[in-house]
Ligand binder design. Sequence first.
Ligand code: COA
Length: 424
Amino acid sequence: MEALKGVKILDFTHVQSGPTCTQLLAWFGADVIKVERPGVGDATRKQLVDVPGADSLYFTMLNHNKRSITLNTKDPTGKEILEKLVKECDVLVENFAPGALDRMGFGWERIQELNPRMIMASVKGFGPGPYEDCKVYENVAQCTGGSASTTGFLDGPPTVTGAQIGDSGTGLHLALGIVTALYHREKSGRGQRVLAAMQDGVLNLCRVKLRDQQRLERGPLKEYSQYGQGIEFGETTPRAGNDSGGGQPGWILKCKGWETDPDAYVYFITQAAVWGKICDLIGQPDWKEDPNYATPDARLDKIPQVFDRIEEWTKTKTKFEVMDACNPLDIPCGPILSMKELSQEPSLRETGTIVEVDHPERGPYLTVGCPVKLSDSPAEVKRSPLLGEHTAEILQEVLGYAGDEFERVVKSGAVGDVTPIAAE
Ligand code: COA
């Protein structure tokens, strides 16, 4: 049974942040009705195109399991249809630029008038404050939320990360806000506003760096390798390269083949509990008793040297051989897996984390399936909708337009090209 069956989502999202949220809700069983501009649609449909004429992977991979209706919400008939959708749906999700929904005539006051049970959920770049009117994309959020200043190497510039923590990360936060508001509505009978600001979402994910900012005021951050290198700390949490960020030191080490393979590396953690096993494994058993190395505190000022020594060993093995040798000893480590390796990993295919989907315009492609697995509500990944593919279906079946009324809205031009669904 789909967990969110019966929940109708009016999906006004576009690009990445909002669509990741509504895609998750669709995987959990909600009926997600994506509203797009006639003839145009979500801008990502035609961005980073790899198959001419087909919806891009950018769009398809963010919009599975949704229905698409085309609707000009600035046209009077379009507004009439939108009002019906607001009355019919449980949640409106949007990530327009600040103020766009108000300009459309569908601000929070109006939504509440139309449907007091409606939950209105928004992604914005910033919460209330000096930047609330700004348009924001992924990397702007990474930079303003503390990620860029703490990512990269000490001697290099601030760096953005490949993980889309600003967009997809905020989409995740928003989805949690929505299901929480749905749960609350069960008791209160009323909807509420849900706001997830991208800056806030990134900062939430950089929580440990704000921890370190405050620790820094009390002394050097001894677990950062810069401490072992004798480099003084400044006033702010520094970029920490591949340091672990926690109490168990870690680093990325070269493995056999690193000279030619950019991903022949392993992340290696010198967890205190298995220090003795690490010493035996790398052929340095004397470090088990040596007071300079035997305890985590004694090792703090030697972290770079310790990893140099471990790397002498990892360089003699492939990243998978390192994994095979460490796993039975409970030494935490992880090979650096490339996108190619991940896309071919059989276990990820088996769990539905990587899924092959067929698409009428582009043929089969790979996507990431639902990353959260519910035991009674498995998510089946269905292809993204073509632009306006479900316009007639939604007008007729969800909103009840029929006969002359259906003709009228189609002729108004507010819904783009429509082929009515045949009566049974
Ligand atoms: N019918 C008629 N008009 C529509 C429409 C429809 N179905 N759908 C959208 N529009 C209009 C909007 O009303 C808006 O018009 P307005 O500016 O006259 O009020 C216009 O299309 C453009 O919307 P906007 O959100 O400003 O798009 P943009 O391409 O200029 O900006 C972003 C894109 C992402 C920068 C911006 O939407 C934003 O900052 N969003 C919030 C933060 C966010 O989610 N960023 C991450 C995106 S991955």
